[in-house]
Design a protein around this ligand. Structure first.
Ligand SMILES: Nc1ncnc2c1ncn2[C@@H]1O[C@H](COP(=O)(O)OP(=O)(O)O)[C@@H](O)[C@H]1O
Ligand SMILES: [Mg+2]
Length: 240
C-alpha cells in the first residue's frame, strides 16, 4: 500500500492508444494505469518503443486516448471533460513538459524561450520575474540573450526546464530529460530536478535507463502496453 491515501494528483486510468500505420493498427497502450500523488516522483521505466512518450503525452493532454478507452484525471477530474480552453490551461499551467531534445525555438533567445508559455495565445501572462529567477537558479544568468544554438546540451535542457516551470505547474512531465546528454551533464540535470522535487514539485519521468529510474520515489514499468508496479523504493535512494 502507498503511504498516500487521498485522491491522486494525476492519474492514468486504463488508457488505450492505437496508432494507425497505413492499413495496420498498432496498439501501443493497452489499458495503462498509473497514479501520481502530490509530492511524489514516479519514474516510468520501459524499453525503446514501449510507449513511454505516448503515455506522457496523454498524461499532459498533448494527445488523447482512443475514444472511450480510458481517461486521464487531474485532481480527480477527467481532463477530456474540459473544454478546449480549460485543456489549454491544464497543459500550460498545471503541468510542465520537458523533452529529450529540448524543443526550444531556435530563433528566440533564452529568456524569450523561458517566457514562451505566456506568449502563445494561452491567455496566461507569464511572470518575467519568475523566469529570471529560474534561469538564475539554473546558472544561466550570463546566457539570457543567447540563442539555443550557442548553448551546450545541458544548458539547453536547463532552459527547457525553466520554461516548463515558469507557470509554477504542480507536475513536471519529463521525457528522457537526460537521454541526449553525457553522464556528468545528465547528473547535473537530475540534481536540479531533485531540488525542485524537494521544493514540492511532483514529477513523472520516463526513461529506459534503470540507473536513472532508481532515483525516483517509485518506479513503474511499462511493458506490453501496461504499467506494472514495482516494489516501492525508499526516498533515500536519492543519496547517490
Ligand atoms: N504518431 C505516431 N504514429 C504512429 N506510430 C507511432 C506514433 N508515435 C509513436 N508511434 C509508435 O508507437 C510505439 C511507441 O512509441 P513511443 O511512445 O514513442 O515509445 P517510447 O517513448 O517508449 O520509445 C513505437 O512503436 C512507435 O513507432
Ligand atoms: Mg520516447
Amino acid at each position: 500500500m502507498s503511504e498516500f491515501t487521498n485522491t491522486p494528483l494525476l492519474e492514468a486510468d486504463s488508457l488505450h492508444k492505437t496508432y494507425q500505420m497505413g492499413a495496420v493498427n498498432v496498439p501501443v497502450l493497452r489499458g495503462s494505469s498509473m497514479q501520481l500523488h502530490q509530492g511524489e516522483w514516479v519514474t516510468v521505466l520501459g524499453s525503446s518503443g514501449s510507449g513511454k512518450s505516448t503515455l506522457l503525452h496523454l498524461l499532459g493532454g498533448l494527445d488523447t486516448p482512443d475514444p472511450g478507452c480510458g481517461e486521464v484525471r487531474y485532481m480527480g477530474k477527467s481532463i477530456s471533460s474540459h473544454g478546449r480552453r480549460s485543456r489549454n490551461r491544464y497543459r500550460n499551467r498545471e503541468v510542465g513538459f520537458v523533452f529529450q531534445f529540448y524543443h526550444l525555438l531556435p530563433e528566440l533567445t533564452v529568456i524569450e524561450n523561458a517566457l514562451l508559455p505566456g506568449l502563445v495565445g494561452s491567455g496566461i501572462r507569464t511572470d518575467r520575474q519568475r523566469a529570471l529567477e529560474l534561469l538564475e537558479a539554473f546558472g544561466l544568468n550570463h546566457r539570457l540573450n543567447h540563442r539555443p544554438r550557442e548553448l551546450s546540451g545541458g544548458e539547453r535542457q536547463r532552459v527547457a526546464i525553466a520554461r516548463a516551470l515558469v507557470n509554477r505547474p504542480k507536475v513536471l512531465l519529463a521525457d528522457e530529460p537526460t537521454g541526449n546528454l553525457d553522464e556528468q551533464t545528465g547528473q547535473e540535470i537530475l540534481d536540479l530536478l531533485r531540488k525542485e522535487h524537494q521544493a514540492g514539485l511532483s514529477i513523472v519521468m520516463v526513461t529506459h535507463d534503470q540507473k536513472i529510474a532508481a532515483l525516483a520515489d517509485r518506479v513503474v514499468v511499462l511493458n506490453r502496453g501496461q504499467v506494472e508496479e514495482t516494489v516501492s523504493q525508499a526516498s533515500s535512494a536519492f543519496s547517490y
